[in-house]
Unconditional design. Structure first.
Length: 318
């Protein structure tokens, strides 16, 4: 009879093998190549769905939480070795509104094996346990991605982080987020989140109303780019950031960013610094044509370095 640890490793191996088969098939093209693997409805991750307790089992990969706005099922996909980790990196993706209305089978990377494989690859590159947490309405998490950058999103993620750290007995985390994921990471800080060794926030959106006006995407100058006036702007809530002199906050962006203006990233960094927190603002080259996605895996590299330095500092203090 297999022990729980051996069974977990066996199941993870099956998932990774399936992911590799999917990825290999997806990369083959041409008239003489069979149709790429398409997941069945049972295997794909569903988007913009209400929370359903029956579909949210009490097992790794699922978190049933009850924030103020109502229950939520938040999905996460983890690498090996997260249980009892002194440090783990938790990633939030950018906005996925461009694909959220597609059939789930057509959304890239939209299966549990592929998301798990991506987390494992990130762990192998970073050298630190890695967890991809799906924002509400995306990659199997309940909720409505149209309501991104609202408290209903951030409260659900905050509660999910509490549950994640308790389940896997994580001591501290590094938050890494890009674009809307960076905004989510910043919002979690303003909600008073603790036990964060570092937050690496790349190309984040701050000053949400002004950003929408600058981009010409605000309705009558009263809404953000989602069309909502109910947004939660981290720039307006820096007073909620918990005091922690050991924590690092690293903002990275391109001065040429045409999606999240760098001037507003600077404004957020200035506000956090004036509130007495340790924050660094860095520039890095972006990918044309909009210079929003940054080159050289800079977020992963920075998060890895920050996690390693925090662990060394922690070891030196014990």
């Amino acid at each position: 009879m297999k022990t729980p640890g051996l069974l977990l490793r066996y199941m993870r191996g099956v998932l990774v093998l399936l992911a590799l088969v999917q990825a290999a098939c997806a990369q083959r093209t041409g008239p003489d190549v069979p149709r790429p693997f398409v997941a069945s409805n049972d295997e794909v991750l569903h988007w913009n769905q209400p929370a359903d307790r029956a579909s949210c089992p009490d097992r790794p990969g699922y978190l049933w939480v009850r924030p103020a706005e109502g229950p939520a099922c938040i999905r996460y996909f983890a690498s090996d070795d997260i249980d009892g980790a002194r440090m783990a990196i938790v990633q939030f993706s950018g906005d996925r509104d461009g694909v959220m209305d597609q059939a789930p089978e057509r959304i890239p990377g939209n299966t549990e094996p592929l998301r798990t494989l991506d987390a494992q690859r990130s762990r192998d590159r970073a050298g630190v346990p890695w967890i991809f947490m799906a924002r509400p309405g995306t990659y199997g998490s309940s909720g409505d991605h149209r309501k991104r950058r609202q408290l209903v999103e951030f409260h659900a993620l905050d509660a999910a982080l509490d549950a994640l750290m308790q389940r896997h007995k994580l001591q501290r985390i590094v938050i890494v987020g890009h674009s809307g994921g960076a905004t989510a990471g910043a919002a979690l800080l303003t909600l008073g989140r603790t036990r964060v060794a570092c937050a690496v926030l790349t190309s984040g959106a701050y000053g949400l109303l002004e950003r929408a006006r600058m981009l010409g995407r605000s309705r009558d100058g009263r809404t953000d780019t989602t069309g909502s006036a109910q947004f939660y702007d981290p720039l307006d809530h820096v007073g909620g950031i918990a005091r922690d002199p050991a924590r690092r906050i690293v903002l990275i962006g391109s001065r040429d960013d045409r999606n999240t203006p760098f001037a507003l990233q600077e404004r957020f960094a200035d506000a956090v610094a004036k509130a007495g927190h340790r924050i660094e603002l860095r520039t890095h080259a972006g990918e044309p044509p909009d210079y929003h996605d940054l080159k050289d895996l800079i977020a992963l590299r920075t998060a890895s370095q920050c996690a390693r330095e925090a662990m060394l500092q922690q070891a030196g203090n014990t």
